[in-house]
Design a protein around this ligand. Structure first.
Ligand code: NAG
Ligand code: NAG
Ligand code: ZN
Ligand code: ZN
Length: 393
């Protein structure tokens, strides 16, 4: 109604400038709305866990053709519900137990039955990942289940010891960044060293590219918390020991070949940092054509988060989110990662402003216009517009 009124205020000779103002106005309004949506996704409030993480147009056939390494058999479970029985269910139970969704006492053989325990694990998993909570192995759930991921659990062991289970489930579902039990941090020193195993090295990435990828990954964290990281050559003396290992590498957590588990690392002040040598690691996704390529730096930034004391985050855009798709490049810390690490260590001296402005500034740099500039321009154009229509009237 309002725009109709304003349009009538325009004389023919002003129609072009009037039209221009209109087009601009709606363009900037659309921009402002777009960045509002972006912020909701990046925010640390409850909404983020419910954010739209499922690729809306995923084709079931495309899904069935996805290569998922050792987890490919889960695809046969599409739409499985209680009462179903298959070896893939026994495998899925081990998966849920490994990542903290199912309590499977050590040495107990997992049965092939889709029972109440599996359903409860699926519901917990769906809640943690912000998926529709259906209790069945629907497409969105299976799609997330087969994504390559970090070997550390999402739901920590202590979860099953707590009596007030329902309450814990709810808190687990809505919180984002997390810590290890007892909140361990590097207390004795803040200047840490790291070194690469002289024997367990990557063969896919050149030494120079590997060195740069890790240096950039460590720099992300030292920019926000008061920790420094320096590469040294002596593996034995380093605080953080990095190795590319195959299969069983004597820490009780064997790697599983291409895709599946990508890497794992230990909480402070352990310092062990292991990457699955069977992955198709790359330092430069633009020149790498393999559909299974995994970005080394993205995984390194994530694992360093564990090394300094962060657990997994359920915020989809966070570095500490547990999974990473093949060919996905995700190297930048977001608010959730920054707030989590700063609540363990405080902010580094070089860290500028609040975590809130950190992301806004970066959006300004990346987007066409910043969010605040957009809103300001919106008001400016609206004012000009109204003044123009009043003077015509
Ligand atoms: C799974 O269930 C959905 C919804 O009921 C249905 O649209 C889809 O065709 C089913 N997929 C398979 C492979 O059975
Ligand atoms: C924004 O991102 C860049 C990398 O793209 C990073 O170097 C910079 O620190 C970030 N912003 C701020 C405010 O520091
Ligand atoms: Zn992890
Ligand atoms: Zn290991």
């Amino acid at each position: 109604m309002k725009s109709h009124f304003i349009m009538r205020g325009c004389r023919v000779k002003h129609i072009y400038s009037c039209g221009f103002v209109f087009v601009s106005l709606y363009w900037f309004m659309a921009q402002a709305l777009f960045f509002q949506v972006m912020r909701v996704e990046g925010s640390t409030d409850q909404a983020a866990s419910k954010s739209f993480m499922f690729p809306i147009n995923l084709d079931p056939l495309q899904f069935l053709n996805l290569e998922a390494g050792v987890w490919s058999d889960f695809k046969s479970l599409i739409n499985a519900t209680k009462g179903y029985s298959s070896d893939a269910i026994a495998h899925l139970k081990l998966y849920f137990a490994q990542f903290g969704y199912l309590d499977l006492p050590e040495g107990m053989i997992a049965s092939a039955d889709f029972d109440d325990a599996v359903e409860a694990a699926i519901r917990l998993y769906q809640q943690w990942f912000g998926l529709p909570i259906t209790g069945i192995l629907d497409l969105p759930t299976l799609y997330q289940l087969i994504q390559p991921r970090c070997g550390r659990a999402d739901v920590l062991e202590s979860f099953f010891d707590i009596n007030d289970r329902k309450k814990t489930q709810i808190t687990t579902g809505i919180k984002h960044y997390s810590f290890f039990p007892g909140n361990p941090v590097w207390t004795s020193k803040r200047s840490l060293t790291y070194a690469f195993s002289p024997s367990l090295e990557t063969t896919r990435v050149s030494t120079a590219a590997r060195t740069t990828a890790f240096a950039e990954a460590f720099a992300q964290w030292s920019a926000v918390v008061p920790l420094t990281f320096k590469e040294i050559s002596s593996y034995d003396d380093a605080d953080i020991k990095i190795e590319f290992a195959d299969g069983d590498h004597s820490d009780g957590q064997p790697f599983d070949g291409m895709l599946g588990i990508l890497a794992h690392s230990f909480s402070p002040e352990d310092g062990r940092f292991h990457l699955d040598n069977a992955e198709y690691w790359t330092a430069d996704m633009t020149s790498e054509k393999s559909p299974f390529a995994m970005d080394l730096e993205s995984v390194a930034v994530h694992e360093i988060g564990h090394l300094i004391g962060l657990g997994h985050s359920s915020a989809k855009n966070a570095i500490m989110f547990p999974s990473l798709s093949p060919r996905e490049v995700k190297r930048q810390l977001v608010d959730d990662d920054i707030q989590g690490s700063q609540s363990l260590y405080g902010a580094s001296q070089s860290f500028q402003g609040s975590t809130d402005s950190f992301q806004s500034t970066n959006q300004t740099a990346n987007g066409v216009f910043g969010r605040f500039l957009d809103l300001w321009l919106c008001w400016f154009l609206l004012t000009i517009h109204l003044l123009a229509s009043f003077s015509h009237a």
